[in-house]
Design a binder for this molecule. Structure first.
Ligand code: V47
Ligand code: SF4
Length: 397
């Protein structure tokens, strides 16, 4: 049964509520669903139904293609002036003995370690500290580009930009332009958390607001540049807050078209001030990916961050709207291992990542940051191993 027939089968199900019938019709006609329909899906839709619709959209957009990239993380510091309640990573400045803060030379030495590796991107993210100001980051970006011009610099989030621009007394438009001139090429999706102030004020109260996060991305997009967006879900927010978050991103994307990828980030509850909050189930994670795929009709890609959700859930997510499973990052990232992620030293070789994708019947494509194809692995069989056998999971019973 192809994906259109699967949606038609759903439409023929007379036991389905009128609301769910209407949403399925809209998806088939490639029409946008409303805020209320988004909330309705979270409250009422079963995983099988959501999987059919999300997989239909995914295959309309990308067929079986599943993207990944070869990148590494550079984390300048784990000290931070902020105190987000979900953060397991940062050490407040008063706990300095448990923290690190790298110098410019130390950061460049890390970049140089990858000189002989076929990585295409450095993802720079970490805590916020006064000594990492505009001048520091501009020098860092320029030094990286001077050393290795082909390495794409994807760096920092509106959390850092808002902080350093305010200190330097420059407005967002000027600041982002200066960053671009210095070598910044794209912005990762972090710092978004949940935009709605009812939640943001409880979990991330001092850093940039939702409006400021969106305004900085808007300025960046106006320069013709691209960025990603995340949503930290599965903690104290309600479904309406998730839909509000996606709605705000969808609105901005209508205006600028600058977002590439939406990345739902599952809240992990270890070693932070929200350890009493239970984590979402795998079923809820898959439902969330699927609803994101249905709701975010103007986003090309939905990404699952495999290091956070486990390799198995990443494989499953490919049937629930996800078409990107991030990169072959190595253990330079501590953000998730500290929060109780599945992967304590998240490293996967290209061979492992390609096989993980092929095992569930999808096509593995290595991309660069801007989704240009670097290598299509369809016909690449790594030496010393058999072609993996796969069974492409059905999404309906
Ligand atoms: O903004 C922090 C999240 C984000 C926890 O753009 C947590 O390609 C879960 O945004 N449980 C930073 N999540 C990482 C990020 C990212 C990751 C991968 C790819 C891209 C991209 C962006 O990590 C933070 C926050 O939302 N985070 N603590 C936690 N306990
Ligand atoms: Fe700092 Fe980011 Fe952690 Fe918040 S999530 S405390 S801004 S490192």
């Amino acid at each position: 049964m192809n994906t259109t027939e699967q949606v038609e089968k759903i439409l023929a199900d007379t036991s389905l509520s009128t609301e769910l019938q209407n949403i399925a019709q809209k998806v088939l006609k490639q029409e946008r669903i409303t805020f209320d329909e988004g909330v309705y899906l979270y409250e009422n839709a079963e995983l099988g139904y959501l999987g059919v619709l999300a997989n239909y959209i995914r295959e309309q957009k990308h067929g079986d293609k599943t993207y990944f990239n070869r990148n590494f993380h550079l984390e300048p510091t784990n000290l931070c002036v902020y105190d987000c309640k979900f953060c397991s990573y940062s050490r407040l400045i008063k706990q300095k003995e448990e923290g690190w803060a790298l110098t410019m030379d130390q950061m460049l030495d890390i970049v140089k370690k990858y000189d002989t590796e076929p990585v295409t991107e450095v993802h720079i993210v970490g805590g916020v500290l006064p000594q990492y100001d505009m001048d520091f980051y501009m020098k860092l970006f320029t030094a990286i580009k001077d050393h290795r011009p082909d390495l794409h610099v994807k760096a920092l989030t509106p959390v850092e930009y808002h902080y350093i621009f305010k200190k330097a007394k420059v407005d967002y438009a000027t600041g982002m332009n200066m960053m671009k001139e210095a070598g910044l090429e794209s912005m990762p999706g972090g710092g978004a958390e949940i935009f709605h102030p009812e939640i943001r004020e409880q979990i991330a109260k001092d850093k940039c607001t939702g409006e400021q996060w969106l305004a900085i991305h808007e300025e960046w997009h106006k320069l013709g540049m691209r960025s990603n967006a995340t949503m930290l879900y599965g903690h104290i927010e309600e479904f309406k807050h998730r839909v509000d978050h996606m709605e705000k991103l969808r609105e901005l994307q209508d205006r600028t078209g600058g977002f590439q990828t939406f990345i739902p980030l599952k809240f992990r509850n270890q070693h932070n001030q929200m350890s009493n909050v239970a984590e979402s189930s795998v079923i809820e994670d898959l439902r969330n990916y699927a609803i994101a795929r249905i709701y975010m009709d103007n986003f090309d890609h939905i990404k699952a961050y495999w290091a956070m959700i486990s390799r198995e859930t990443a494989q499953l997510s490919l049937n629930y709207g996800v078409d990107d499973i991030d990169g072959t990052l190595d253990d330079t990232t501590k953000i998730y291992s500290m929060a109780g992620a599945e992967e304590q030293t998240p490293a996967m070789s290209t061979r492992e990542l390609v096989n993980l994708i092929k095992q569930v019947g999808r096509k593995a494509i290595e991309r660069d940051t801007l989704y240009n194809v670097v290598t299509d692995f369809e016909n690449v069989v790594f030496e010393e191993e058999k072609k993996p056998q796969y069974y492409k999971l059905p999404v309906v019973n």
